[in-house]
Design a binder for this molecule. Structure first.
Ligand code: GMT
Length: 373
């Protein structure tokens, strides 16, 4: 089967999932064509059966807002025709889904189905913006298949957009061979708490600093902040204001998370909302205990008190208490870390989840143009 995949190629979770999915499918013999404005960051160019097609958006003085959605639709259509694609699979609804619909309509010689995977803020934030609501609803309804990454997202999409067609929940996945514990690396140096995100307001990055300042009096720990985004500056300032700056390392964007994560003891994910929490899953696969918020789709992943913790959004004291306990109580840490790895292995490994996409692709393609969802 030949598949065109479109995603945001930067550091967001949806781009990571799309890229890892494409590479896994390619290993299983699919021909995978990434169509995007930049090379997806985790894409290994050496992977056989993987191709990359850049979308070029010309900038003309008349265009205050360059029409990326149109350039993308044209490129999708061209690639689909030339490479004889069987299917388009777009990650993150806006604007990829509507571009895929246009590409489908331009393809008059045959039926070109497209699947939209909803990842998070395309529904929880952006899709609820008045200016995006009608087009997001329309593009979801017109998709030949829709998947999302947690029960919460499915429910939220149905309730908010009034979508009645079935939405398939296919959880995010992790390569448990690549993401694995490294007890020796972890044993070296101080205790370490990790935060990974794109530092947007929804991630509540300052809560990491506030909680860390409450952990410090109990344990000589270090906070490692991986990623970058608009809230990085304010978080650095807060660390200085609270007198913990010398114990906080801001790493910026990182390419090889599988090398960084296993050195950590706990992951702190204090998000306002989180459709799934891929960062928490990657941490769990590495045997790093997650302390997250009870928000969105996180309960699909973490069982509170068993393989991690979920505390209320903004409850710094509760989050700091969990982090302190994990860093000071060796037996507790081992129990949670071992269970976290077991959860990743048992429920979210690549080998369990990728076949779900394969089956879904077959279903969508076999329905043809007349088959509704
Ligand atoms: O919204 C973001 O933080 C980025 C977004 C994305 O689509 O790039 O991440 C979402 O997708 C991830 C991968 O499926 C999920 O693990 C994240 O929970 C989700 N983020 C949010 O819902 C905030």
């Amino acid at each position: 089967m030949r598949i065109g995949i479109t995603c945001y190629p930067t550091y967001g979770g949806s781009g990571i999932v799309a890229t890892e999915l494409g590479m896994e499918l390619a290993l299983r013999g699919y021909e995978v064509h990434f169509i995007s404005y930049a090379n997806p960051i985790r894409l290994d160019p050496d992977t056989p059966n993987v191709y990359y097609h850049e979308v070029e958006v010309s900038n003309y003085p008349l265009f205050v807002y360059p029409p990326y959605s149109l350039a993308l639709a044209s490129r999708m259509y061209e690639v689909a025709e030339r490479q004889k694609l069987d299917l388009l699979h777009v990650h993150y609804a806006i604007p990829h889904s509507i571009s895929a619909l246009l590409a489908q309509q331009m393809t008059t010689s045959r039926f070109l189905p497209f699947i939209t995977t909803l990842h998070g803020t395309d529904i929880t934030l952006v899709g609820t913006d008045r200016s995006y609501f009608p087009i997001t609803k329309f593009s979801i309804e017109r998709s030949n298949g829709v998947t999302t990454i947690s029960e919460f997202m499915r429910q939220r999409t149905e309730d908010f957009f009034g979508i009645t067609q079935p939405i398939e929940v296919i959880h995010n996945f992790v390569n448990c061979t690549l993401y694995r514990p490294d007890p020796e690396a972890r044993a070296k140096g101080r205790k370490r708490i990790l935060h990974i995100s794109n530092f947007r307001p929804v991630k509540r990055v300052n809560d990491c600093i506030l909680a860390f300042a409450k952990v410090r009096p109990h344990v000589d720990a270090e906070l490692v902040m991986a990623g970058d985004g608009p809230d990085r500056g304010p978080a650095e300032q807060l660390a200085r204001d609270l007198g913990v700056a010398e114990h906080v390392r801001f790493l910026g964007k990182q390419d090889h998370m599988e090398r960084l994560i296993p050195r950590m003891h706990a992951l702190h994910l204090p998000s306002e909302t989180e459709a799934f929490g891929l960062a928490a899953l990657e941490a769990m696969a590495c045997g790093v205990a997650p302390v997250a918020t009870l928000a969105g789709g996180v309960p699909d992943l973490i069982t509170h008190g068993v393989d991690g913790y979920m505390e209320p959004v903004g409850d710094i004291d509760a989050q700091a208490a969990r982090l302190t306990a994990l860093l000071t109580d060796e037996r507790l840490h081992d129990r949670i870390a071992t269970a976290a790895r077991a959860t990743a292995l048992k429920r979210f490994c690549t080998d369990l989840i990728i076949p779900r996409y394969e089956v879904y692709y077959q279903q969508v393609c076999s329905r043809g143009s007349s088959g509704g969802r």
